[in-house]
Design a protein. Structure first.
Length: 132
């Protein structure tokens, strides 16, 4: 039997563990918490089918710069000198255009619909999986 170790017990790690075990793998999940209140807690990591427009889009650069420095905004970034953060920002800037948005929407839509389908399947499989 093939063995797999997964680091991180959020929704991505646990779903990966579940589907790998369904394929015959022996899976171990490692996490520093009891898995009850991580970043997946609120939306359970679901890729929301109604959000198919990428964040990198025309007009978002100005909003993003304003939001970056507001610790209560949805796009807060702790101010710091970081080459990786700068590199990420440049990639975001490069992709904040109409062509990228139009090319990304079909893939994001399909990923979102698959996510929804898989969550519905998990609900059918287990009464302890809560999904509305």
């Amino acid at each position: 039997m093939k063995k797999v170790s997964i680091v991180g017990g959020g929704i991505i790690g646990l779903c990966s563990a579940y589907y790998l075990s369904q394929e015959g793998y022996e899976v171990s999940v490692f996490d520093s918490t009891d898995l009850s209140n991580g970043c997946s807690y609120g939306n359970a990591g679901m890729i929301v089918p109604s959000h198919i427009v990428p964040l990198a889009q025309p007009g978002m650069i100005a909003k993003g710069i304003k939001w970056m420095f507001d610790s209560k905004s949805p796009f807060y970034v702790k101010p710091r000198f970081s080459f990786d953060l700068f590199k990420w920002g440049m990639q975001f800037y490069k992709h904040a255009n109409a062509l990228h948005v139009s090319q990304s929407i079909p893939a994001l839509r399909d990923l979102s619909l698959l996510s929804k389908e898989l969550f519905q399947d998990l609900k059918r499989i287990s009464a302890s999986f809560f999904y509305e």
